[in-house]
Design a protein around this ligand. Structure first.
Ligand code: ATP
Ligand code: MN
Length: 462
């Protein structure tokens, strides 16, 4: 007996053939002389309708056991459905209950639960339409990302998760240690990290970029795609403590080539998900966020606006809009500013370039004006920043000077500086937050609902 995924059955119904389906019961409806089940096996958002005729031996006992959430194996004939809402249905001939689910205790009885509630049952939420759809889209996106880079000759590099360097000199890293926290060894009033596991201070990576650059400066085009960690003490709908990042890095590539790749990449990904996940995308469009599909279609055919930070600031000032954080040249653009630019002023994705060097990382290439750096951030409606990238400083002396200016110690970056001492090349790259991408594509409001097990401040139940 062939076992069939519901997705395959619905896509190409084996009419009048016997099929076997393994799935969970979503709902049961009893009618005169028959019982209807809606089965879902996660292969598609769609359910398969099963009809159990009262003439099936043991009808009463069987249908009583068929509760929402139970797992079953059902064999029967695939027939044309006389009812509305589905083309085919399964007429049950044999039913095996694998695992019951108690009506009183199984929480997913009701059709709709709030996302807040479902976060508390992260082990069960993949059984809902929304989380099933997110999981399938997330998987399809991962594949599309690898495919995009693979088709273009990029090498996939696994950068380390435990790191001895702090990528941006920011203070939002999780420390990795085996030191006894009740009694940390101290020398000269400082924690003695020489007694720690690595003999020095270690952390979880906030970005694979610096290590990625070393491989780009040998293999030309590389990308990383892995988990990153930031001890963000902020409770926003766009920040997680553990999230996934895609970071391409390209040698012999300047800021313009970088923007071209980023734009092509986003459009490719959007097209892929529209072509390959139509049912899930229909669901997001009709049930989660009206217009997400049209929005993606529109972006695929548009050309991203490219403007400088200076221009963006001028446009914001001219708009006379009322912002919580006042706008002036030199400020770090806040989320409200980013959203205003992309939602109100340009009404499409915008790439902002040439930010003041004071608000950007040390490794970005300084422009001839000595005031701005070759950074590029991509802003999209609803979310603001989705991509952050730059052309890297390729000149040894200039980079060293920037490291010092930024209050960092050049000795800590000796290997990074070496890339500029031996065969240096112009190179560029960007980072795309995977969960932000999924949020944007699906219209899901909260980043905690687009990763299976969200980690955020004070959140670690699972
Ligand atoms: P933001 O200002 O939104 O915090 P950032 O400037 O810290 O972003 P980058 O350091 O440029 O972000 O990181 C690259 C990308 O990683 C961002 O564009 C974003 O998509 C994503 N990202 C950054 N921080 C987080 C986070 N805490 N959770 C999820 N995604 C994140
Ligand atoms: Mn941040």
């Amino acid at each position: 007996m062939v076992k069939n995924d519901i997705n395959d059955i619905l896509a190409k119904p084996p009419m009048d053939h016997d099929i076997t389906v393994e799935a969970w019961i979503r709902t049961k409806r009893e009618s005169k002389g028959v019982t209807f089940l809606e089965l879902n096996d996660g292969s598609t958002i769609k359910n398969l309708q099963v009809i159990i005729d009262e003439n099936l031996p043991g009808y009463n006992a069987i249908t009583k056991e068929m509760t929402t959430g139970s797992s079953v194996v059902i064999t029967g004939k695939c027939i044309e459905s006389p009812g509305q809402g589905q083309a085919v249905e399964l007429r049950a001939e044999s039913i095996t209950l694998l695992g019951p689910a108690s009506v009183d205790e199984y929480v997913l009885q009701k059709k709709r639960h709030s996302f807040e509630f479902l976060r508390e049952v992260a082990h069960l939420r993949p059984r809902t339409n929304s989380f099933g759809a997110v999981a399938r889209v997330r998987s399809a996106l991962s594949f599309a990302i690898h495919r995009f880079f693979n088709e273009r000759g990029f090498i996939y590099v696994h950068t380390p998760i435990i790191t001895g360097s702090d990528c941006e000199g920011a203070g939002e890293m999780f420390q990795v240690t085996t030191l006894p926290l009740e009694q940390v060894p101290v020398r000269d009033g400082q924690v003695d990290f020489s007694q720690d596991f690595f003999g020095k201070k270690a952390s979880l990576t906030v970005s694979g970029q610096l290590e990625g650059e070393t491989y780009a400066c040998a293999l030309k085009k590389i990308y990383t795609f892995g988990p990153t960690f930031r001890a963000e003490n902020s409770n926003t709908s766009r920040h997680l403590a553990e999230f996934w990042m895609i970071e391409p890095e390209m040698a012999f590539c300047d800021i313009h080539g970088n923007m071209d790749v980023a734009e092509e990449f986003l459009k490719y990904i959007f097209r892929y998900v529209l072509d390959n996940c139509p049912d899930d995308m229909d669901f997001f469009d009709s049930r989660i966020s009206k217009g997400v599909v049209d929005n993606l279609r529109h972006i695929i055919t548009s050309t991203f606006m490219r403007i400088s930070y200076t221009e963006a600031v001028n446009r914001l000032i001219e708009s006379k809009a009322n912002f919580e954080f006042p706008v002036a040249w030199g400020i770090d653009l806040q989320s409200e500013h980013e959203k205003y630019l992309t939602e109100n002023i340009f009404k499409q994705p915008v790439i902002i370039t040439d930010y003041p060097k004071e608000i950007k990382a040390f490794y970005m290439k300084v422009n001839d004006d000595n005031k701005t750096v070759r950074a590029m951030d991509i802003l999209v409606p609803r979310l603001g920043e989705i991509v952050g990238g730059s052309e890297r400083e390729a000149d040894y002396e200039k980079l060293k000077k920037r490291i010092v200016e930024c209050g960092l110690n050049p000795d800590d970056y000796w290997w990074y500086l070496d890339l500029r001492r031996f065969g240096t090349v112009p190179h560029s790259g960007f980072g795309l937050g995977f969960e932000r991408l999924i949020q944007f594509i699906t219209g899901m409001q909260n980043i905690r609902d687009v990763i299976p097990f969200p980690r955020a401040v004070n959140t670690l139940e699972f």
